[in-house]
Design a protein around this ligand. Structure first.
Ligand SMILES: *Cc1c(COP(=O)(O)O)cnc(C)c1O
Length: 490
């Protein structure tokens, strides 16, 4: 069916792709902050396609129009760079995906690609489902995956309910992620992938990433790491050999809190018995062009650019939030109403030494302020309040600046009680496995001044000493809260 006209377009595409590859090699030589600020959006891109706009435009369009049938044919058969339809791709998504891919691949020669999704959970599902496909020669063959139990609550549900309970895919649970034997003894010839979260939310579990990657690879099993809490400003698992990285972009990457988003990032050439060749060659591009085209968990162009805008300052934000977290953790550790504090930056944390081998502020050695590699431990900490669950609620309810919300990575400090929120579905047993007692408060430190965060915590903790604390008045706006109040009254 194809005509010479198609060749006209594929030749032009080849020239464009060569130019882009060269450009990408140049970008890869830049420092982390420069990549975060400019990403893949070049002056040429701005001048040739976007009327010189210095900020990446939001392409609020469902689809792309073609010059003629030849271009359409070349595009729809993926012979030329195209975005077709915004369920598959869109220029705004491309600017975000290109940037995240480069940030996760920073500091290595490894080539990375990225696909952005509508949420972190969609990123996890998109990634893991590619490994959970029937073996054509033996459709009854059992399947399993090996994953830590200390994972985000939504991930726990997706694995326990959607995969294991509903589809009969065995989740082999690693409960002692610091014991390499716990991983090794669970991997067999039916293991499709190994999965870990690092550091985990909210338990801050940390394992020897390099050792787990080497172990899995020695058995021919690929490794997927959810590095949401660390962000590429602190840990880049692909540089250490991981095959696929998950980011809940909703969190620190979109610190302003404008929307939900996720991303899968992969290296080229993944070794797995269970992936089709195109997926092994370039997992995220395969995911984008085929499975996610058919399943449709794509990010919206609006959220893509809102996220991109937040991402530009990720390194300095993570640095500030980490330093403030260290101050807050030290304050809490010395407070009489606190049972224990979990923060990887505290010397008292049993995993402090291990985390210190991995968690470095990217480029600190190239920074005039530091001039050497410096450890940073992120913005997430948790603490247990003395006296049990009710005391914990009392302290929590007395926060006046720290928001009570199931969120993290925000520019504003946010706290939650996981046992009654993010981790309520998995039951007491599940929480025990994930090390989440009911007197634990998870605190995500924002970019406020440390003094003010400490002041709010100090005031809230003083309720346990019988001091009266001003609480916010029970007035409701005309928004959602009032209807809840009415329901309660009836
Ligand atoms: C929030 C979170 C997710 C899920 O991401 P959403 O964007 O909320 O779907 C996955 N992993 C971790 C570690 C998270 O904190």
């Amino acid at each position: 069916m194809s005509s010479d006209g198609v060749k006209h377009y594929t030749d032009a595409a080849k020239r464009a792709m060569d130019w882009h590859s060269e450009k990408k090699r140049e970008i890869k030589k830049q420092r982390f902050d420069t990549i975060a600020v400019h990403g893949v959006y070049s002056m040429q891109e701005a001048l040739d396609f976007n009327q010189g706009s210095i900020i990446e435009p939001i392409y609020m369009s469902t689809s792309q129009s073609y010059r003629d049938s030849d271009e359409m044919e070349a595009a729809l058969s993926y012979q030329i760079p195209t975005w077709c339809y915004s369920r598959i791709a869109n220029p705004s998504m491309y600017y975000l995906e290109g940037t995240i891919a480069l940030l996760e691949g920073y500091g290595t020669d490894v080539e990375t690609s990225c696909i952005a999704t509508a949420s972190g959970m969609a990123a996890i599902q998109s990634a893991v489902d590619q490994f959970l496909t029937l073996d054509k020669n033996d459709p009854d063959k059992p399947m399993n995956f090996v994953a830590t139990t200390q994972v985000y609550g939504g991930t726990f549900q997706q694995f326990a309910v959607r995969k294991e309970e509903e589809k009969g895919i065995e989740w082999r649970k690693v409960t002692r992620s610091n014991d390499l034997d716990d991983w090794a003894s669970r991997i067999d010839e039916n293991t499709r992938f190994v999965y870990g979260e690092l550091p985990s939310n909210p338990g801050l579990a940390f394992f020897n990433l390099k050792a787990v990657i080497d172990l899995a690879h020695s058995r021919g099993v690929p490794v997927i790491i959810d590095a949401t809490v660390a962000t590429p400003a602190l840990i880049r698992p692909i540089a250490l050999g991981a095959d696929i990285v998950i980011q809940s972009v909703s969190k620190t990457m979109t610190s302003s809190g404008f929307g939900i988003a996720g991303a899968v990032i992969s290296r080229k050439n993944i070794d797995s018995k269970y992936l089709p060749q195109e997926a092994k060659d370039d997992f995220c591009t395969y995911l984008k062009l085929l499975p996610n085209r058919d399943n449709g968990p794509t990010i919206s162009p609006m959220n893509a650019i809102l996220t991109l805008n937040d991402l530009r300052t990720i390194r300095s934000k993570v640095d500030i939030m980490s330093q403030t977290s260290m101050k807050v953790a030290t304050f809490l550790e010395n407070h009489k109403n606190i049972e224990r504090v979990e923060y990887l930056g505290l010397k008292s944390h049993p995993l402090h030494k291990l985390a210190s081998e991995y968690m470095y502020l990217v480029d600190s050695e190239h920074d005039d302020q530091y001039g050497k590699p410096v450890n940073r431990y992120g913005h997430l900490l948790s603490f247990c309040v003395k006296g049990g669950h009710q005391n914990t609620r009392d302290v929590f309810d007395a926060f006046q600046m720290i928001w009570r919300a199931t969120d993290l990575g925000r520019i504003k400090s946010v706290a939650t009680i996981p046992a009654i929120s993010t981790h309520s579905q998995q039951g007491e047993e599940g929480r025990k496995a994930a090390n989440i007692p009911d007197n634990l408060i998870r605190l995500s430190i924002g970019a406020e001044h440390a003094d003010d965060i400490i002041e709010d915590l100090n005031r809230a903790l003083s309720v346990l000493d019988g001091k009266k604390v001003y609480t916010t008045a029970p007035e409701y706006s005309a928004g959602g809260s009032s209807s809840a109040l009415l329901r309660k009254k009836r």
